[in-house]
Design a protein around this ligand. Sequence first.
Ligand code: HEC
Ligand code: HEC
Ligand code: HEC
Ligand code: HEC
Ligand code: HEC
Length: 476
Amino acid sequence: MRTYSWYTFFLVFSLIFTSLNISIASDPREWSPTWKLPPGKKPENIIDQDITIPGDVKKSQFFSPISCGACHPEIFKMWSGSTHANAWRNPLFQALYNLGKKTAEGESQKKNIESCVRCHFPIGHSSGETNLPLDDEKGGVICDFCHSVKATTGIGNAPYILSPGNAEAMEGGIKYGPFNDSPDTIHKNQYSELHTRSEFCGGCHDVSHAGNDLPIEQTYTEWRQGPYNTTDPKTTVHCQDCHMRQRPGFPCTGSTERPDNPGFASPEIMGGKKRPHIWTHYFVGGSVTPISLPPNSEVQPQLAVERLKNAATLELIVDPASKKGDLLKFQVNIKNTGCGHYLPTGLTEMRQMWLEISVIDTEGRIIYQKGKTDEKGTIDSKATIYHTVFGNEKGEPTLHVWTATHIISDNRIPPKGKKEEHFCCFLPSDVKPPLKIKAVLHYRSAPQDVVDALLGEKSMKLPIIDMAEVSTEINL
Ligand code: HEC
Ligand code: HEC
Ligand code: HEC
Ligand code: HEC
Ligand code: HEC
């Protein structure tokens, strides 16, 4: 009886869904099903117009990054080592995308797979071209995509409106950016309030399933609801303040200084002015590996380590009543002190953050251990991983986002929030004090076995980064 009613519900639902789909097939917002405007004051160029859809623009209208680099050499160098530059070629992305293309079933899953290109090769998507080679120089999130964004319609699933020049005809068009006094050059310039605010990044850094609306990545929403968005322009810390100020020596997180970076956007001989602050274009997150970063990335791996090491702190509190022949109780607090969003954020079904705990006596005897990785890179199954787990229709956990229908669990740490973990072990009566209790917080971009399975022979060992560490000695 129960099965029957569910089945009826499913039938009715899919009927409504299919007819709805047909009726909105020509709606340009179809590509951006989560279209929404944040409440409160919004940038003046978040507008209520049709977004750019496949075929609206031609790929040949856009300039290649290297041609922008002719007059913006410093910015080009920073950007070319970034994950944005690699977003299309990225082997992990390609492996998942191709698996999805092969295995996606039904309208909803297929729709989601089609949407991948919109963020990972936005110019390819908007031009409607289907032959998009891996080494396409306009692949990934490139200069002339971001700076041809005239406006967006809101947050999530890439609701951008593009206004490019015409590279083929050597017409630079208008570049949208943070200055309101740039001299015209090969291109014209226009101030864009959107580019100076998190809402610009939130166009793509808020991803929902294109078929069933399940929230998949919520970085912007996490930021919007968190303490770094005070809604007062004087005190709000935007994505750009942490991610476009970072440079060697300045991690620019929530727990470190975020100083200005004076200099030139273009050399003086090209017409650039001396500016009190130039936004950096390294776009560093937690990715350290040559899978995520382009092969020529020199600075980013180190910057990512510096960023991760200034993202969280640990606190260790030991129960003073602990004694031999009895229980040792202690608590580790993980505090998200550096991120403007949850820790971790983004592709949180893949990312791994976990605590490694050890209690060792003075003769090196291991009293307690948790969270170690074996030689294959597999994490001790008793350890807690801070991440999101998606479930598919059958209720099974899945890493194939296109099959995801619900969230099974999410135990990540909110911005300026903390997690308290309690540990307890038996202290044999012959332990030799002092005991050393140590906790290390680790980060890895993805589970090693998953990457091995996806990349096969081309796989490589993913580095594990120590984000924070705390230890103490007790004498019992
Ligand atoms: C992901 C989008 C994105 C990409 C890709 C990108 N930029 Fe930017 N760029 C921005 C944003 C956003 C700002 C302004 C930040 C602010 O005001 O808070 C900016 C600022 C600038 C500026 C003004 C000077 C400065 O840095 O403050 C120039 C010039 C510029 N970008 C050129 C480039 C070039 C050249 C490339 C490619 C090599 C590039 N950008 C790639 C988003 C991007
Ligand atoms: C012939 C040289 C030249 C080329 C090529 C060039 N730019 Fe520029 N660009 C400049 C100069 C000069 C400025 C002004 C810098 C200043 O005001 O300090 C500028 C300013 C900018 C700004 C700031 C606009 C604003 O109002 O905030 C952006 C963004 C920008 N360029 C992006 C690009 C992109 C993207 C490309 C490639 C499609 C590109 N530029 C190619 C010379 C060039
Ligand atoms: C066109 C959509 C798009 C826009 C707009 C965009 N991003 Fe991204 N961003 C991406 C994609 C896609 C990736 C993942 C690339 C990869 O790893 O293959 C990414 C990666 C990143 C990363 C690296 C994450 C890591 O794991 O290391 C950071 C940091 C980042 N973006 C920050 C920003 C900021 C800040 C802005 C706004 C100024 C912005 N992005 C605007 C699409 C976008
Ligand atoms: C207060 C500083 C701060 C602000 C504001 C901030 N971030 Fe971050 N972000 C960090 C730190 C620190 C990390 C490194 C820890 C991590 O990877 O989770 C990070 C990591 C990331 C990552 C990589 C996450 C991962 O593990 O794959 C992305 C993507 C990202 N940020 C995007 C954004 C976007 C988009 C915004 C604005 C909506 C933003 N950030 C605002 C500090 C900040
Ligand atoms: C609305 C924009 C958007 C869409 C659509 C989108 N992505 Fe992404 N993707 C991102 C952003 C932003 C990041 C960076 C998050 C982070 O680093 O944690 C990212 C990161 C990734 C990464 C991580 C790369 C790495 O090196 O760690 C993979 C893999 C990926 N996406 C696969 C996909 C697949 C497959 C699809 C289609 C089913 C897809 N994405 C659709 C925006 C998007």
